[in-house]
Ligand binder design. Structure first.
Ligand code: ADP
Ligand code: MG
Length: 757
């Protein structure tokens, strides 16, 4: 949850709770401190805001409930509560006739008269109610005395609850009972802004709740009452956070109106306006902070000047056995522009598996070499680093540029040789794993870092790489990822990076025929595999690896291996196996056997083989496919279809598969477009869960907007943030004082790839 603190953001949330600090920094802070850079633009300094009051002092809370609110919802202050928005709304403005009620409906409101009440077995009060259109039962198990006294036959009430069905008849368990008000059913009152702090509107908010909250007395109703109390106490002190001109230009409602109506909407229209404003604001500030970093970097950060394309590039380019795709050419142009701009390149290169990123990486590295600099290409695993190295050697042949491979398993003598080659500059391009960032690896003239599958590198590791730059000027950075990230999410995750996309596959790639099969078809699967092997093809069989139950996963893998070894016996078939518990030597032995065609089948866990390029492998069997996410399935599928043969991906699942998993599998069978799959994945699971982004996560947590669902607002907010910065890059004008102030908050201290050291 975002910490909401209007006047004291620079003190930090932890300290605010401490009364001593409150005394010191908040209450007593004299206005004349405004000469201090940090205080510039502060308006309400020197006065402690009700918004920062501890939540226990809100009427109806107290220490016990305060502890619950804190532990369950992270609410510590009045301001926090105010920024805890409903996650859905119940429209109580309409009345449903009993005859139209179905058991699968959400909450409904009924206006009905009590017909009879009967206590059954001393435990259950059954009340028949009718509204002229029909009759139904309301059931109560608790507070029977109170209910039976209230619900006298002949009296009319508004009943509100969720319909259910019992013995084939519709009923409602423990509905809310309210007296009939004359305006009930006629919509809300007129928009009243801050003045109308009433809970008597017909649309009510529903807040996230937990068992503990309810047991502690913070029921849905109580939560509504607390929100009413906090609005009453604190809303007058909420200051506008967006400049007047932005409200005008974007047609946004004022903050007071937005907060009032997000909790107690006067009407659906008012709610929409409130939500739009709050979402826009959230996304706007996020984009503004990211873009501002980019602007500052562009203007301030010196980059290594690499004006030439260089001979090595041209030699490699001319010798290529194929033409670059249009997308590859465009991306290389973008990269060239960066490298000769005099500013540091910070570029994310996105491209689906097989789109030809390696080629782009090699040509980029050759530009650096052509300008007298060294480049490194870092991969997350040893297997991948080796593969890059092999490919690179092939491309470098016509250039005479020397490359080397450095990994954790490089031998001491080899290591020494590489170290000196890097120090004397004879090695132009070094490929490797984390071993590259060790302190004893020093370059003569390091100028470019290419990082593959960036999300697996930590900030600290990247920082160490940056520091190897000889000139003290940060190296150019190209981050490559094969995880297709939807545009909207990329903007948020990498808003401070420039993004290039290879959105075109090299020609001649054959589609991969994808199908789903259940356990009952295993014999057919094995027959199919045998037929393919007889045609000279090779087969991947991949098992899921899910870290919570590693032992179990390995048991699956081993059982699967045994099963396959039995079905594909020696000497006709050779089966290799690769998994994380093997030594590097074992891994390499098995991988090489498969890559060289000595093994027909490679059984592997999902983590090992990402990126492995074996063109002759044309069948990918994914076991327990229901346990993989969409983008992981897509990554795995990308391992086949690289050669000239027709390729297949078979998704094996158990006989019973959840609806959600089935949806994933159907999507996989219906499209090969990684971006389409990623969009779907994001819609299904939310951006936080998107594979490849877990570690990096969103730069700040969003309170109301959703990157997955509010793409249009996000685009608008980004474009608008850009135009604001274009007009005033430093946000120094007085009109932008509020923006400057907001961005000073802790939460916008977003990691910055270029400025880590
Ligand atoms: P990625 O790293 O994006 O998954 P690669 O760079 O490994 O993709 O390329 C996949 C395959 O396509 C490689 O065998 C590579 O040689 C080939 N390739 C790359 N670019 C082209 C191109 N423009 N035309 C034809 N083949 C290409
Ligand atoms: Mg690759």
């Amino acid at each position: 949850m975002a910490v909401f603190s209007l006047a004291h953001d620079e003190i930090g949330p932890e300290r605010l709770g401490n009364p001593e600090f409150m005394e010191y920094f908040c209450k007593e802070r004299p206005r004349k401190h405004s000469g201090n850079r940090k205080n510039m633009g502060k308006i309400s300094d020197g006065k402690r805001s009700t918004l920062d009051s501890e939540i226990q002092y809100l009427p109806g809370v107290g220490p016990k409930r305060a502890a619950l609110l804190k532990s369950e919802l992270g609410v510590g202050t009045f301001g926090d509560l105010l920024r805890l928005y409903p996650f859905r709304y119940i429209d109580r403005s309409s009345i449903t006739p009993i005859s139209q009620i179905r058991p699968d409906m959400a909450y409904v409101q009924i206006r009905a008269t009590v017909i009879s009440a009967e206590l059954i077995g001393g435990k259950r009060l059954s009340v028949m109610i009718g509204d002229g259109s029909g009759e139904m039962e309301a059931v109560f198990f608790k507070g029977l005395k109170w209910v039976s006294e209230k619900l006298r036959p002949g009296a009319e009430f508004i009943f509100f609850g969720k319909p259910a069905s019992f013995n084939g008849r519709i009923n409602m368990v423990h509905p809310d009972i309210d007296p009939v008000q004359e305006n009930a059913g006629k919509g809300g009152t007129a928009a009243t802004g801050q003045a109308g702090l009433t809970a008597a509107t017909s649309i009510s908010g529903v807040y996230n709740s937990t068992e503990k909250l309810r047991n502690g007395g913070i029921t849905a109703k109580v939560m509504n009452r607390l929100q009413e109390a906090v609005l009453r106490a604190a809303l007058p002190e909420v200051r506008e956070s967006l400049p007047e001109y932005i409200l005008k230009e974007k047609g946004l409602v004022a903050i007071g109106y937005a907060l009032k109506n997000i909790h107690f909407p006067d009407s659906m229209t008012a709610l929409e306006k409130a939500r739009y404003r709050l979402k826009f604001e959230e996304l706007f500030f996020l984009q503004l902070s990211l873009l501002k970093q980019k602007y500052i970097r562009r203007r301030g950060e010196r980059g290594i000047m690499m004006p030439r394309v260089g001979e090595a590039f041209n030699l490699c380019y001319k010798a290529l056995p194929f033409d670059l795709t249009g997308a590859q050419k465009r991306v290389i142009r973008e990269i060239r522009e960066d490298m000769r701009s005099g500013h540091q390149m910070n570029r994310l290169l996105q491209g689906d598996v097989g789109s030809g990123k390696t080629m782009v990486a090699v040509l980029t590295a050759l530009i650096a070499v052509g300008n007298g600099f060294q480049a490194c290409i870092m991969a997350p695993t040893e297997v991948l680093a080796q593969q890059h190295y092999r490919n690179i050697l092939k491309y470098l042949e016509p250039t005479g540029v020397k490359a080397a491979l450095l990994t954790g398993s490089s031998r001491a003598a080899e290591r020494r040789e590489i170290h000196s080659g890097l120090e004397d500059g004879s090695i132009g391009i070094i490929t490797g794993t984390h071993a590259l960032i060790e302190d004893n690896v020093r370059f003569r003239n390091f100028g470019l870092a290419i990082i593959d599958e960036q999300h697996r590198f930590g900030v600290e590791q990247r920082a160490r790489l940056w520091r190897k730059s000889a000139s003290g000027i940060p190296p150019h950075i190209l981050v490559m990822t094969a995880t297709p990230i939807p545009r909207t999410l990329a903007m948020t995750l990498y808003g401070d990076l420039d993004v290039s996309v290879i959105d075109e596959l090299p020609p001649g790639r054959k589609p991969v025929l994808t199908m789903h099969a259940t356990e009952g078809k295993r014999n057919a699967l094995y027959r199919f595999m045998k037929d393919q092997i007889a045609l000279g093809r090779q087969v991947f069989v991949v098992y899921p690896l899910i870290f919570e139950s590693e032992t179990l996963d390995y048991r699956n893998l081993e059982q699967g291996f045994d099963q396959i070894a039995r079905a594909f016996p020696l000497p006709d078939y050779k089966v290799a196996i690769v998994h994380g518990k093997q030594s590097n030597e074992e891994k390499r032995f098995n991988m090489d056997a498969f890559a060289a065609g000595r093994a027909n089948i490679l059984v592997a866990t999902s983590v090992i083989e990402v990126g492995v390029d074996v063109p002759n492998a044309s069948v990918m069997v994914i076991e327990s496919a229901e346990r993989f996410g969409l983008s992981q399935l897509h990554q795995l599928r990308g391992r086949v279809g690289r050669g000239s043969e027709k390729s297949y991906c078979i998704l094996m699942t158990g006989n019973r598969v959840s609806k959600e998993s089935m949806h994933r599998i159907e999507l996989m069978c219906s499209t090969e477009n990684g971006f389409e799959l990623a969009e779907e994945d994001m819609k299904m699971r939310g951006p936080g869960d998107l594979e490849g982004t877990q570690q990096s996560g969103l730069p700040i947590s969003l309170n109301i907007a959703s990157v997955a669902k509010d793409g249009i607002i996000l685009n608008d907010a980004r474009a608008y943030a850009e135009s604001v910065l274009e007009r005033d890059p430093g946000l120094t004008s007085s009109a932008n004082a509020l923006l400057r102030e907001e961005l000073r908050k802790e939460k916008y201290n977003i990691r910055d790839y270029s400025q880590i050291s």
